[in-house]
Design a protein around this ligand. Sequence first.
Ligand SMILES: CC(C)(COP(=O)(O)OP(=O)(O)OC[C@H]1O[C@@H](n2cnc3c(N)ncnc32)[C@H](O)[C@@H]1OP(=O)(O)O)[C@@H](O)C(=O)NCCC(=O)NCCS
Length: 203
Amino acid sequence: MASPPKTVLTVSPEEERAIRDAVRGADLATLGPGRVLASQAHVAGVFDLLADPAVSEPIYALPRPLTEASVAAWIAEAEALHARGEVLLILNTVADGTIMGYSRISVWPDRSAAELGGALRASLQNSGAGGAGAAHTIGWIFETLKVRLICLTAALDNVRSAKLIDRMGFVRMGERESIRPDGSVRRSLYWEMTREAWVERSR
Ligand SMILES: CC(C)(COP(=O)(O)OP(=O)(O)OC[C@H]1O[C@@H](n2cnc3c(N)ncnc32)[C@H](O)[C@@H]1OP(=O)(O)O)[C@@H](O)C(=O)NCCC(=O)NCCS
């Protein structure tokens, strides 16, 4: 289960409503080619992506145990939360339909905040694609979903994620306990970035 940020922002009902509408109405074509919202049609493809431990092992929020049924339930949950304006589960597909990666954006409209998690196929890892993609997606979240705060977590030993998150200018704010779907706890490094700081960095 994703947890909202440590920092608590005060949010008006109007701002909360605007964020929910933005999540429900987000045009994924503006994020990039081949981006689609996950649906039940993608269960086998997502299972194929996540079955590789190099893709799924570092991520606390994925279904456990990983089966086609648990993936189907995970996608169904994301679809229901999308309808409430609280989640975008985005797949990165190529022409033959293969899923090359995913991003799950958890949104707390009443906190004007979001969290991003995701992974790339092993064949795309370690060549800069993750770093470039993460920065692009963070900018898209601030601009498109209208939140004012983004938090990120990574396992204590996830060197690549920590490097790319530090490089984007996120501020380290200690550690937190991330709860896996099976109830077990994973210690995580924890970062935040405000929209103001992101805009300032992007100038
Ligand atoms: C995490 C992930 C998205 C990063 O994408 P990537 O394309 O592999 O990473 P990049 O090539 O952009 O490299 C990221 C950073 O790690 C560094 N790095 C890459 N391989 C490394 C290695 N084996 N050891 C140490 N550092 C490494 C890069 O130099 C880069 O640092 P820099 O920004 O300071 O130059 C991708 O590896 C992935 O999907 N991993 C599995 C799932 C996962 O961990 N998801 C994130 C959960 S928070």
